[in-house]
Design a protein around this ligand. Structure first.
Ligand SMILES: Cc1cc2nc3c(=O)[nH]c(=O)nc-3n(C[C@H](O)[C@H](O)[C@H](O)COP(=O)(O)O)c2cc1C
Length: 376
């Protein structure tokens, strides 16, 4: 291994005592490849298996905790005990290759396509529709307080299923515009009850989910079960999340006894848009400062080469996630470990779907969206 990259391969111990064998984890990526009924296909098992033998931890595609939380076609489900054997197949495939398996649990809220949820009724914090390319989608129905409690419990139930299915941990998906973020966002959340109205009240739902998941782990799991939390730092809408809001949330999350926080970014080095004094600083710099070593942070976003990873690591971040790069080159970690970083592929070879073990539906999504994955 090239001396320059050896720090990426130092083992890392999470707060709960679990040791990760290196600093590279696989980012959660939806693959649209599960069966219509939420059960798991052989194609997705092969896809995970192919990508789990270099990284220290694999975070799965998001899985919905209630039937009305499904946000994508071909998503695997976690809202019922009947799914435990399928959840287990994914965990086993990852663990067999030597990585820790972490199940990403979520609810799509207003981002759910109506045709995927019971009675076509989509729900959210308030009746503010999601927008795609400036076009508003269907208006969601605001959840009642009782329904909110049920969904908080559902995150707990999905965690219990993850424990029973043999996962090493769960990641609470509070990022990318889904239900947890909809409650935290001043744009999406216009409530005036205990779940909205002030920044503190907008944090109530995200923090209640963390508390529920932690209490379920205490009851059903062991002390080595990993609990992480993912968040998006900023939203573009006028009333949307600012970096100042996020720093408050992160401050609260950092004291929750989590094993890691995971910022969701398209570019690791992106600078802050608003809400703080110095807009030349990166989001990661602000986050590391606020967290102040209370909990490990995972960084992510457009890390393709070993040099990209080394530069990102120089910020002092302890863990890095790779998403698209592991679609393009599943052997990224092994190549760096073997001193063959020059052989890393950073543009998708459109002739190699089979060799790269990318399921048909994921392949179609990538090919039909030019610019999303480099090389397409
Ligand atoms: C195909 C695809 C599916 C994704 N699905 C999820 C998901 O299920 N959950 C999530 O938190 N992020 C998801 N993301 C975002 C990635 O986890 C990651 O943050 C993003 O791709 C930036 O990292 P990268 O540049 O290494 O790809 C997805 C990204 C891609 C490309």
């Amino acid at each position: 291994m090239n001396e320059k990259y050896k720090d990426l391969f130092a083992p890392f111990t999470l707060p709960n005592g679990i040791e990760l064998k290196n600093r590279i984890v696989m980012a959660p990526m939806t693959h649209w490849s599960s069966n219509v009924d939420g059960t798991v296909t052989d194609a997705e098992i092969k896809y995970y298996s192919r990508r789990s033998n270099g990284v220290s931890m694999v975070i799965t595609a998001c899985t919905h905790v209630t039937a009305n939380g499904q946000g994508f076609h071909g998503q695997f489900a976690a809202y019922n005990d009947e799914f435990i054997p399928d959840l287990k197949r994914v965990a086993d495939a990852i663990k067999e290759q030597g990585a820790k398996a972490v199940l990403q649990i979520y609810h799509g809220g207003k981002m759910s396509p109506p045709e995927l949820v019971p009675n076509g009724e989509i729900v959210s914090a308030s009746d503010i529709p999601a927008e795609q390319n400036g076009v508003p989608g269907k208006t969601p129905r605001p959840l009642t307080e009782g329904e909110i409690e049920e969904i908080i419990n559902a995150y707990g139930e999905a965690t219990r299923r993850a424990i029973e299915a043999g996962y090493d941990g769960v990641e609470i998906h509070g990022a990318n515009g889904y239900l947890i973020q909809q409650f935290f966002s001043g744009h999406s959340n216009r409530r005036e009850d205990r779940f909205g109205g002030t920044l503190e009240k907008r944090m109530a739902f995200p923090l209640a989910v963390v508390d529920k998941v932690k209490s379920v782990v205490e009851e059903y799991g062991d002390s080595f079960f990993i609990v992480g939390h993912r968040f998006s730092p900023e939203e573009p809408e006028e009333k949307g999340i600012t970096m100042a809001d996020t720093l408050e949330l992160v401050d609260a999350l950092a004291d929750k006894g989590l094993d890691y926080l995971h910022v969701s970014l398209g570019d690791f080095f992106s600078t802050v848009h608003r809400g703080v004094d110095d807009l030349t600083k990166t989001r990661v710099e602000y986050l590391l400062e606020k967290i102040n070593d209370r909990v490990p942070l995972i960084g992510v976003g457009s890390i393709y080469s070993a040099e990209d990873a080394r530069k990102a690591f120089e910020t002092g971040i302890p863990l890095l996630a790779l998403g698209r790069e592991l679609l393009i080159d599943p052997d990224w970690v092994q190549k760096v470990a073997d001193g063959k970083e020059a052989e890393i592929v950073t543009k998708l070879d459109k002739e190699k779907q089979e060799e790269l073990v990318i399921p048909d539906q994921l392949w179609k999504m990538i090919i039909n969206r030019p610019g999303w994955v480099p090389g397409v």
